[in-house]
Design a protein around this ligand. Structure first.
Ligand code: I3S
Length: 129
């Protein structure tokens, strides 16, 4: 990430539908499985729920018990994925401190650029405590 201003109070809340696949979990390589995934950035956590379609009215806690999986971004890294990670356009590679790596992608470059900014701000703001 390029360094971004550290505003202690910056609200890092964002949600939307992205294409997501995990590629590594706890240091172990996984087979890619791209899925359209409802994604919520909440504080230093990134929460995912598959199979929610593209409806944006759905929220965690409203008729849904919990996200399918989540990652803690504290101490993690965010970067644009290199060509060898995926043939898709606009792919962000996220690495967590716990050894999970995932790719998130959107066909819409405005959408993915907003996510890139928000995720960078999150990792820059929430240093590992
Ligand atoms: O990095 P890879 O292995 O080329 O990733 C592709 C595969 O996961 C492929 O599925 P199969 O497991 O059936 O081969 C996916 O359909 C592709 O989308 C993956 O590549 P991209 O470049 O789209 O991330």
């Amino acid at each position: 990430c390029p360094s971004s201003p550290k505003h202690a109070s910056s609200p890092s809340e964002k949600c939307g539908v992205l294409n997501v696949t995990r590629i590594t979990e706890n240091g172990k390589k996984l087979r890619k499985n791209w899925a359209s995934t409802w994604t919520v950035l909440q504080g230093s956590s990134l929460l995912f729920a598959k199979g929610q379609g593209t409806g944006t009215s759905w929220k965690f806690g409203v008729g849904q018990s919990k996200p399918e999986f989540s990652v803690d971004l504290r101490g993690g890294s965010v970067e644009w994925a290199s060509k060898d990670k995926s043939s898709k356009k606009h792919v962000i590679e996220l690495k967590t401190r716990q050894g999970t790596e995932l790719l998130i992608q959107s066909e819409n470059d405005g959408v993915i650029n907003d996510w890139y900014r928000a995720l960078c701000e999150t990792v820059n703001t929430h240093a590992w405590e």
